[in-house]
Design a protein around this ligand. Structure first.
Ligand code: MN
Length: 207
């Protein structure tokens, strides 16, 4: 059963200390949710997650997604997360696993190409899918290269672009906040979080 795969998620976390959710909900409304969480932990990265059989299959993407089909972004497979995690935006206390600020950077639904069995396709190391998010849309592929290392690649379509979506659209799709604002609101390390926000063009407050 897929949810037994949430054991590593549980054992890495102390739910009396972190605001992250313990596994509860078994499925989203669509059953095909995707979320990208921008996470300023020890290193800035983007956690790319697809709902598959009651869990969020997860990859850590150091540079974040690129809309340019000629750019292949490393995506390192990490432990499955509970479906409830898709709503999580806030501060994981320093010293806890993944300590730092988390933003819901994009969210929506996905559709596997040709209605394939997603778990089977991931088992074979290749999944083609369409994203319907606010920032990420159209065709994408995840391709395994070795062990936990995958590549996240935009496919050529009308949503492909050479613009850097991580710079153009840096804020939360849930709350419109920057990482620094989330940290300030929720008692996190604001300077550390701000280092994950792109430099502001305008003068003045960067929150
Ligand atoms: Mn992370």
């Amino acid at each position: 059963m897929a949810r037994a795969s949430l054991e590593p998620y549980r054992t890495k976390r102390r739910f009396e200390t972190t605001p992250e959710p313990a596994p509860r909900r078994r499925r989203s409304r669509s059953g095909h949710l995707f979320v990208v969480q921008k996470h300023r932990a020890r290193q800035l990265h983007y956690d790319f997650r697809l709902e598959v059989d009651g869990v969020l299959k997860s990859w850590s993407v150091p540079k974040g997604p690129s809309l340019d089909p000629s750019v292949k972004r490393l995506a390192v497979a990490v432990e499955d997360h509970p479906v409830d995690y898709a709503d999580f935006e806030g501060v994981i206390p320093e010293g806890e696993y993944g300590g730092g600020t988390v933003m819901v950077w994009d969210r929506g639904t996905y559709e596997p190409e040709d209605s394939v069995d997603v778990a089977a396709a991931l088992g074979k190391g290749h999944l083609a899918f369409t994203l319907w998010g606010e920032k990420l849309k159209g065709g994408w592929s995840l391709v395994r290269v070795r062990d936990r290392d995958w590549l996240l690649i935009k496919r050529r379509d009308r949503y492909a672009s050479s613009k850097d979506i991580t710079v153009e659209a840096p804020k939360s799709v849930l709350t419109g906040r920057t990482l620094a604002r989330i940290a300030a609101d929720e008692g996190g390390d604001v300077a550390k979080a701000a280092s994950g926000d792109p430099p502001t063009r305008a003068r003045g407050a960067r929150l």
